[in-house]
Design a protein around this ligand. Structure first.
Ligand code: BGC
Length: 250
């Protein structure tokens, strides 16, 4: 059994579990620690290292992070401390844990897990995975291959950043019922469909849990399915990606 530790750094929690990357399943229960506030790079990395130590883990780590990540470097900060921009998050995590780390965008890794093991399994064509939580994360796949770092949660709708009005975070902030929020989300799905013409949209993140509560309000004509791996997608996808994309040192 090949094992990798999967980490999912989010706005409200830092979660981890050991993953069997051959089976794509969790070997341990998830361990979650609330994200420190303020979520500065140092505080978040230290908390992530505590999650890693909880498992007594030494070995490869895959980590999802809510920002554009290129070569381990954090490039954006929509829902995190602006101090992250320019930080080499991957290197910081390696220093703090003493283990090799692959750092990738959180939606991208959740999408990798859903494409491999969940709602996107066996689906060719253009598939868009949305993680609808504090923000809206997007992962775009063409014939199963990821186009990394798409940030389509930030398209502009009615003069505003789409995730500010259509995310689950917006629904909670405004105290909207699903019936009140769904038309805004539906408008977002329609707009994104007009731009990309995907064959399938997978809804993940916090909102996937309550998919049945709002699915009937959606009018968009593209096929929309709830994610299947729920809150494990980020952890499993991060572990799978680290296992597949990290070169073994010679
Ligand atoms: C960020 C994305 C992230 C998404 C979900 C957005 O605000 O810009 O990088 O994937 O939130 O966490």
């Amino acid at each position: 059994m090949t094992q990798v530790l999967g980490l999912d750094i989010g706005g409200s929690g830092i979660k981890g579990a050991i993953v069997d990357v051959m089976a794509g399943t969790l070997v341990t229960p998830r361990h979650r620690i609330p994200t420190p506030t303020p979520a500065t790079p140092e505080a978040v990395v230290e908390t992530a290292a505590i999650v890693v130590r909880h498992f007594g883990w030494q070995g490869l780590i895959g980590c999802g992070f809510p920002a554009v990540i290129k070569g381990g470097i954090v490039h954006t900060a929509a829902n995190i401390s602006p101090r992250w921009v320019g930080a080499n998050g991957q290197h910081m995590l390696e220093q703090a844990t003493g283990s090799p780390v692959l750092l990738l965008n959180d939606a991208d890794v959740a999408g990798i897990a859903e494409m491999r093991l969940g709602a996107g399994r066996g689906r060719d064509g253009l598939v868009l995975m949305l993680t609808v939580g504090t923000g809206i994360g997007t992962a775009l796949f063409l014939d199963g291959k990821l186009v990394p770092n798409t940030e389509l949660g930030h398209i502009e709708i009615r003069g505003r950043d789409a995730e500010r009005r259509a995310s689950d975070g917006a629904r909670e902030r405004k105290g909207w019922s699903y019936a009140e929020w769904a038309p805004r989300f539906d408008e977002y799905l329609q707009r994104i469909s007009d731009l990309l013409w995907p064959d399938l949209i997978i809804i993940g993140g916090g909102a996937s849990r309550d998919f049945e509560k709002f699915a009937r309000f959606l009018t968009v004509r593209v096929e929309v399915e709830p994610a299947q791996l729920r809150n494990e997608a980020g952890i499993i996808g991060a572990a799978l990606a680290a296992h597949e994309y990290t070169p073994v040192p010679a």
